[in-house]
Every structure is written in C-alpha cells, then in structure tokens.
Write a protein of this length. Structure first.
Lengths: 322, 258
C-alpha cells in the first residue's frame, strides 16, 4: 500500500512539474500564438542553471556556487529568461512555422552544447553533486517526497493564479489581439514586437522554473533530459488539454503523463520479449498519434479557450440572436 | 486656405519592376471627406499602406498635420491621430466584439506583465472607463447588441462597422477607409455613411477608397483619381463627372451599372 502511495506521489510530482511547463507554453502559444518548438531548451536552461548555481564544487566543469536554494532556482529562471530574450530578439521577425523551426534548432543546439562542452556542464555525464534543499531535516525517504510534492503543488497553484490574472488583464487582451491579427493590432497603436518578446520571455521563465524544479527533484540533469521528445510531450499536453485554457493545460499534463507512464508499464509487462527493445519507439508513436488525433477531431482540446467578453470576466450567454 | 491635415510629396513605391505608387503629391484638406478612386491595381491600397506606415516608401515624404511622419510605424501613427480600416475586414476573430473595441485605446496601464499586479486600482478604474466608452462607441455604430459575440461570427458588414468602432476609440483626426461599402448590404452602407457624416460634422477628416461611384459622387468631395500609380485627376466630384478622361477610363463603365 505504501508502495502505491509512494509511487502516486512520485507520479504527481513529475506531472505537476510538467504542468508548470505546459502553463508556460500556454502563455506563448495558447495566448500569444508563438510557436515555440524549442520548449526543452528553456526547460533545460532552468534545470542546468539551478543545479550549477546551487550545487557543490565539481571537478572538471562549471559549478559549485552553492547558492541557497531559492536563489539557485531564481538563477535558473533568469537564465531561461535571458536565453529567451536573446532567441526572441534574433527571431522576432519569424512567424508561425518559421519560428517553430528556428526555436527547434535552438533546442537541438542546446542539447548538443550540453552533451559536448564538458567544461560547462559535465557533458554526457551531466551535472551531479546537488544537495536537495531541506534534505538534512527530512532525509531521503517518503517524507521528503511528500513535502517536495506539496512544494511543487504550491508553485503550480501560484503560477496558475498568476497567469489567470495576467490573461484576464488588459495585457491578456493585448496578447490575444497579437495572436489573432498582428497587423490589425499594430494599426490600433500596439507594438507587436514588444508584446511578442515580453510573452516569449515570460513564458520561458515559467518553463525555466519547471526545469529547475525537475532538476531539483532528481538532483541530477543530463543531456538525456533535454531531448526533443520532451518538447513534443509538453506540446501534446497543451493540445490535448486545450490551448488558451490554463485549466486545460494542467489537465493535459496529468492525462498525457499518465498515458505515457501507463503505456510504458503496459508495454514492458505485456509486450513479447523480442519486442521489448522497441517499446520506447511505440510510446513515441502513441504520443504522435494522440497529437494528430486531437488536431483532427478536437483541435480546441478537452477544455477549449473561453471567450472573454470584457475584463469583468463574464462569459457570454449561448447564442442570443444576432 | 487652412493647412492640409495630410500631405504627400513625391511618394513612390515599387514592387520589383512594377511601380505601384509613382510620384504622388497630394494634399488632403482638413475637415473633408476625400474620395480616392481608380481602377483595380491603380495603387490605392498601396498608397494607403504608405500613409499608415504599413509599408516604407521608396522615396518621398508624408506629413500629418504639418509634421513629417515618413517611415513611422503604424502604431506610432495611430497614436498621432491617424486611423485606418482594411479592405478585407480584420477582426480579432476569437475575441468578443467588446474586447476588440476595448483593445484600441493607447497608453493602457494594464498592458504590461507587472501592471495587473502592482497597479490594480488604477487599472480597474481605467478599465471601467474604457468599457463604458467602448459600449458607447458600439452603440454609435449600432453594434451594441453584439458586444458579447465573438467578432469572427458577425457578418462582413458588421465587421466593417466594428473596424470603424475600434478606430474611433483612438479619437483620430483623420480616418482612412478602404472600400467601406464593398460587399456590405445597402442598409448597413446607409448606416455607415450616416456615421461617417456625423463624425465629419464633429471635425474628423476622411479619405475613402471606394469603387461604388454613386457612393463617391454623393458623399465625397474632393475626389482624387489614381491610375497606374499616378494621380490622373484631382478636383470636386462635379468636375470628376465632367472629366472626359475619367469618364472614359473608369467612371463611364462604372456609372452605367451603378
């Protein structure tokens, strides 16, 4: 029994961390229409940043700043934001699929840099030597995981309310207008370049926060954690949950992460021995199929975006005559 | 004569070999409803895009109320009092009609990431004001009842009225309308004209691109005609009706089926 609960806590922690990342992507894509194909780079910047800033000195690569944990986490977020700012400035003129290709390239470059630059972050071996916060007081067991989960849940709730208020404000209206028609918004006195950059950086800081928590949870990060697969998983979560809807984003994270772990378990349990080598690939096919299926049959997601009538937050009555 | 509200000097724009706007120098009289006519491909919309900063000119200059505004971006020009609508309406489709209109005022305190958290009282007050003004403007263009509808679900004619409403939120002194009557049913066209004339009486100037010659002759004065990127006629609407070149090239055919 304790085993099951322990596993559920572990599952919920990972899913909640991913939900924070999906919320960050939702600000960029769901609200502003920015096609970030390199989600994992900003997630990774947060993870690497937090571990390098908060870890103990390691031979052979950068690190060992031993900052207190909140500062290390904040540093990871700043790193992700700074990276987004530079990428954003460089790609400001790119739209839609071009932006997706460019950011995807950034993420691949990031992974390659981390894999090959050993002096920077340990190369393929990754970054170790990170002491999880409060470990002295709580130990390494179930209690620690439970407290950590509570912490992650609090962060998730804070991020949710932060974004809900943000998108219900005039700033959110501005984001949606840029998403719907940049040129029309500019003809009404708005500066699309500034708005796009702000949304891109803000969303990436949230992605960095998720990455930082992820790195903290495992006390380890390596290039294996920043593979393009994670980008697609986070996208699948947003598409299934409902782009433009923060509750949908969270629901999508739990559903897809649940489906991913369940399919992994089922395949390892029931697939014939000679097929075991390929179960990972089958999981990728499943994720791809879910994205395509949703886009074909329910592109608005399980929780579609709600129409904001005005900042009083009223949703419209159903179709009163025009 | 008073200073023109907008004037261009030697404005040029070409796309590759095609000279879309070729050495256009015109003055738009303050307080007028100026009609801009010309056959398809004459360069009318390109000319509008040069005036609003949507396209940079290759040569020449634009002055708005005496101030050189050549090369300024559309957002800056809107803030300086120049509003425009589009030939094909561009509503923010997945936003409510009311939100479309509330977006437009410049200098909103809540349009930053931190604003909604640090300046809540100020933003709430500003929002109440903007909301009331938006509802008034929507009533003015007869869209009041549609305030809570998605802007992508209203008719094409209503979208043109919505674009006018959005622009009005910025209280521009000059509004450029690109084919406001095209594809709009006669009743809505009448409403639109009524609103334009009411605004004009209050001092707003208009430049209107229109193919419906009946519309131009009845409501626009003076009239400017473009053909192949050049100004081929400038004068009153009465003079336009008498001009043999215009009648031949453009008005004749149009006037018959009007």
């Amino acid at each position: 029994m304790i085993g099951v609960i322990s596993y559920l806590v572990f599952f919920a922690t990972t899913a909640s961390i991913l939900a924070i990342a999906v919320l960050g992507l939702n600000l960029q894509w769901g609200n502003t229409g920015l096609f970030n194909g390199g989600v994992v780079a900003f997630f990774g910047a947060g993870a690497y940043g937090t571990l390098i800033l908060g870890g103990t000195p390691q031979a052979g690569h950068l690190g060992g700043f031993e900052l207190i944990y909140p500062l290390a986490l904040l540093g990871g977020m700043v790193l992700a934001g700074a990276m987004a700012w530079i990428v954003g400035l460089l790609t400001l003129r790119l739209r839609h699929d071009y932006l997706a290709i460019a950011t995807f390239g950034v993420a691949v470059a990031f992974e390659n840099l981390m894999r090959n630059a050993e002096w920077l972050a340990g190369g393929a071996k990754g970054v170790r030597g990170f002491e999880r916060p409060l470990r002295d007081a709580l130990g390494d067991g179930f209690t620690y995981n439970l407290v950590f989960f509570a912490g992650v849940l609090c962060v998730l709730i804070c991020v949710y309310f932060f974004l809900e208020r943000l998108v219900a404000s005039p700033f959110g209206r501005l984001l949606r207008a840029i998403r719907e028609d940049e040129e029309a918004a500019q003809s009404l006195g708005k500066s699309p370049a500034r708005v796009r950059l702000t949304a891109f950086v803000t969303g990436s800081v949230i992605l960095g926060l998720a990455g930082g928590l992820y790195g903290t949870f495992y006390a380890f990060v390596s290039p294996q954690d920043v593979l393009p697969t994670l980008t697609f998983q986070i996208w699948a979560m947003l598409i299934v949950g409902g782009a433009g809807n923060n509750r949908g984003a969270i629901l999508g994270a739990f559903l897809i992460w649940g489906a991913w772990t369940a399919s992994g378990w089922a395949l390892s349990r029931f697939a014939p021995v000679e097929a075991q080598l390929y179960t990972g690939s089958v999981q990728f096919v499943l994720i791809g199929a879910v994205i395509v299926g949703m886009l074909l049959w329910r592109p608005q997601g399980l929780f579609p975006e709600r129409l904001v009538v005005s900042q009083t937050g009223i949703t419209p009555q159903k179709e009163q005559g025009a | 004569m008073t200073e023109p509200i907008l004037s261009t000097n030697g404005l040029c724009k070409s796309f590759g070999q095609l000279s879309a706007v070729d050495d256009v120098s015109v003055d738009i009289r303050a307080g007028s409803i100026t009609g801009l006519i010309g056959p398809n491909g004459a360069g009318k919309s390109t000319f509008f895009n040069l005036l609003t900063g949507a396209l940079p000119p290759d040569a020449g200059s634009v002055r708005l109320e005496g101030r050189d505004v050549t090369g300024l971006s559309p957002d800056r020009l809107f803030a300086l009092g120049l509003g425009r609508t589009f030939q094909i309406p561009r509503p923010f489709a997945r936003m409510s009609v009311l939100e479309n209109v509330m977006l437009a005022p410049t200098g909103q305190a809540g349009e930053t990431v931190t604003g909604p958290f640090l300046r809540r009282a100020r933003i709430a007050a500003q929002e109440r004001e903007i909301r009331q003004k938006a509802l008034d403007v929507l009533d003015f263009v007869t869209l009041g009842a549609l305030a809570d509808h998605p802007a992508g679900k209203i008719s094409g004619g209503q979208m043109k009225l919505l674009e006018l409403a959005r622009v009005l939120m910025g209280e521009p002194r000059l509004i450029l309308l690109d084919e406001p009557a095209a594809g709009v049913n006669p009743v809505l066209t009448e409403t639109l004209i009524e609103k334009i004339e009411a605004l004009n009486r209050q001092g707003t100037s208009f430049v209107i691109i229109e193919h419906d010659m009946d519309f131009v002759m009845r409501h626009c004065d003076p009239v400017i005609a473009l053909a192949q990127g050049r100004v081929v006629f400038e004068g009153t609407s009465d003079e336009a009706l008498m001009n043999p070149v215009l009648l031949d090239a453009y008005l004749g055919a149009k006037a018959e089926d009007a």
